[in-house]
Ligand binder design. Sequence first.
Ligand code: MN
Length: 286
Amino acid sequence: MTITVDPLEGTTFGAVVRGVDLRALGDAAWRRVEDAFHTYGILVFHGQSLTRDEHVAFARRFGEIERQSDQTMRGDFVGKPIVLDISNVDDNGVHITDRNHPQVRYLGGNEGWHSDSSFKRVTAKASILNAIEAPSRGGQTGYADMRAAYDALTDEEKDRLEGLTAYHSLEYSQAAAGATDTSPAAVPSEMAGAWHEIVRAHPVTGRKALFIGRHACQIEELPVDEGRRLLERLLEAACRAPRVYYHQWRPGDVVVWDNRCMLHRATEWDLSERRVLRHVRVAGDN
Ligand code: MN
């Protein structure tokens, strides 16, 4: 098979990779995929229906599979690899159509732009979604290029952000989004989370990117309200065309993205339709 890598049109990032079977990826094909991952930040593959084991094996090419921590909801999964169904079908195969069902409500928090596991000390490297079932419309996943967002800042803004540190908290962001019954703390850093620099250089390419998103809720060097307003302004300015792409899922689609320089978000769909996306997360190395 001949591998082709076609950049997404009208965006600063992303590419569709054709001519690969992710279940049987030779070393040369893997090198093309890895290079493209570093260049484009998100890669789309069509027609890949992976079993859980095949999905995990592909993810292992990128690094160690991230493990569930006690900062994620399912306490009974702590210490196990992150292989999640992002779905309105419960563990017993029952189709959930109620928007107030806890599973749907919790996933609703993902409609804010975020980087997976940014609330942990070691943040995620990559995330890989495979569509098992997809609604006929809606339920897209949005992606945004934080390298291009950084590049678009003025020199003054870049200078101001250099060295600022943000607190990322899942507990806080879920509470603030109404996705849990917890109330957000007045000082977010009192809730579970981790501090990270707002400007991060990519460990492979060296390219600087904004490391922000819905879990970032406080800036160490600023009063709480001022920091929150700055983070909101940055996010609003960053996640705009041409730095945004919305992926409409079809069964068999695989999308892998680099959480170190890309944000993503979920969008709603008509819950009378089933949607099952399987997610595997690769741990970062710092
Ligand atoms: Mn996510």
